[in-house]
Design a protein around this ligand. Structure first.
Ligand code: CMC
Length: 428
């Protein structure tokens, strides 16, 4: 293979280096194209644009492969804990027992948030969506830790910001739920692991004893691992773009949370359950909704179906479908929505429209059913996604910073008016 690509533009030849990744992914480095020729490339939605070289996550959408730092997602979901995977993503290697203990202990010791944050929380009406609260409170960490705003923080200072964020986001997330139901907040408990502590902050009541169910803890670990990173998706690209302006970790992640909220991205898990509920209420005829999804005059889309990069199957969806069956059986829950989801999946997978467009269930199709079984309310689903995605955002922000990447600044092709003179208001 040639090690350069040649473009002929207006009769002139330009050569650009071919960059090959460790998994043989090929790219043309056109970073000097405009300076050389006056041309830019146009790629709305960045469908074909590599924004960075990254060593964190490998994804092959055609073959349904997902690996964090080289380790297959199937192995990590089966054997690892969320905190171990967070360490792997952020620091690049699986931790030794001592490294894992130290990392876990540090996180445990930072789960408490400043009491003044409760005053900010109190200012939100109970109708506030927990994702809005999460984005606002994560951004407000800059007020409590102003040193995080310094773009020249040392490695140790960055590590402390990272530990604080992973620790405090679980408290903030649980408190955002407590706010929405008007209940008093629960404080973190240092004798519990990350997932158990989050569950007690979500579900314990002052009037009752709360026992953490190990099945729920295992399932939560699995779900968070499956969501932990997904290379340059919308929210992660947002985190890197915001961070590239030297914005703090907290501001960058807050922006990522806002991006994740959208129903075409992380908000899909909430949208899936709402869709399945709608189908159930309508009599459970999945064929009718498949027809709606295919109708170009109907804005309805099958939520939880399709993916920008997976065009064969989403490996996370495979694991989650099995986990949904397992956890519902273990908890003795019969959810009619799971049957509707399976019916809908079977109908879509044999329908030519979905086959032609390579549309398969994605990670969000079954995750909502599991969250429901764990007792997590629907408008908290995307918050759960954010909790899981945090290590990925952190790892990507850190990589961007360590690689000293330039500020992100796409160009455009201007298609507006050419120059014209201002018209006084009385003459318009
Ligand atoms: N239902 C019906 N038709 C669909 C769907 C769907 N869920 N997804 C894509 N299509 C059709 C689309 O209409 C288009 O058809 P045509 O070629 O005839 O115009 C074709 O498939 C390609 O779709 P696209 O919108 O160009 O594909 P994209 O890569 O830009 O969008 C997507 C990917 C995930 C935004 C889209 O599939 C979608 O909206 N899915 C539903 C929302 C969802 O589940 N999002 C969660 C994604 S996974 C979690 C995450 O990582 O964020």
């Amino acid at each position: 293979m040639s090690d350069f690509a040649e473009f002929i533009l207006e009769g002139k030849s330009y050569k650009y280096p071919i960059v090959v990744g460790t998994e043989d992914e090929k790219a043309i480095d056109i970073s000097t194209l405009r300076a050389d020729s006056g041309f830019i490339t146009l790629d709305p939605g960045y469908k074909n644009t590599g924004a960075t070289k990254s060593a964190i996550t490998f994804l092959d959408g055609e073959q349904g492969i997902l690996r964090y730092r080289g380790y297959p997602i199937e192995q990590l979901a089966a054997n690892s804990s969320f905190i171990e995977v967070a360490f792997l993503l952020i620091y690049g290697t699986l931790p030794t027992q001592q490294e894992l203990d130290e990392f876990s202990n540090k996180i445990t010791l930072h789960t408490l948030v400043n009491e003044d944050m409760r005053k900010i929380l109190d200012g939100f009406p109970s109708t506030a969506h927990p994702m809005g609260i999460l984005a606002a409170l994560v951004s407000s960490l800059t007020a409590f830790y102003p040193e995080s705003l310094n773009p020249n923080q040392s490695k140790e200072e960055v590590d402390l910001s990272i530990v604080r964020l992973i620790a405090k986001i679980s408290t903030i997330a649980a408190w955002s739920y407590k706010n929405s139901v008007g209940h008093p907040v629960n404080y973190p408990k240092n004798n519990l692991d990350y997932c158990s502590n989050f569950l007690q902050m979500m579900f314990a009541f002052p009037t009752e004893n709360y026992e953490v169910n190990p099945v729920v803890v295992d399932t939560l670990n699995k779900l968070l691992i499956l969501h932990a990173d997904h290379e340059q998706n919308c929210s992660t690209s947002t985190v890197r773009l915001v961070g590239s302006a030297n914005a703090s970790l907290y501001s960058s992640v807050s922006a990522g949370i806002s991006a994740l909220w959208g129903p075409l991205h992380g908000g899909a898990n909430q949208a899936v359950i709402e869709m399945l509920e709608e189908i159930k209420k309508d009599g459970g005829d999945s064929k009718k909704f498949i027809a709606k999804a295919k109708d170009k005059n109907d804005p309805f889309r099958l939520m939880g179906f399709g993916h920008r990069v997976y065009k064969n199957f989403d490996p996370r969806a495979k694991i989650i479908k099995k986990a949904a069956d397992d956890v519902l059986t273990a908890l003795g829950i019969k959810d009619p929505i799971l049957d509707i989801a399976k019916e809908l999946e079977a109908a879509a997978l044999t329908d030519q429209y979905f086959i032609d467009r390579k549309l398969y269930p994605n990670v969000d199709f079954y995750s909502g059913i599991i969250y429901r079984a764990l007792g997590i309310p629907t408008d908290m689903f995307t918050v759960m996604f954010a909790l899981g995605r945090l290590p990925g955002w952190v790892a990507q922000w850190k990589e961007m910073r360590e690689n000293k990447e330039p500020i992100g600044r796409p160009r455009q092709v201007y298609v507006g008016e050419t120059e014209r003179d201002y018209v006084p208001i009385e003459n318009r």
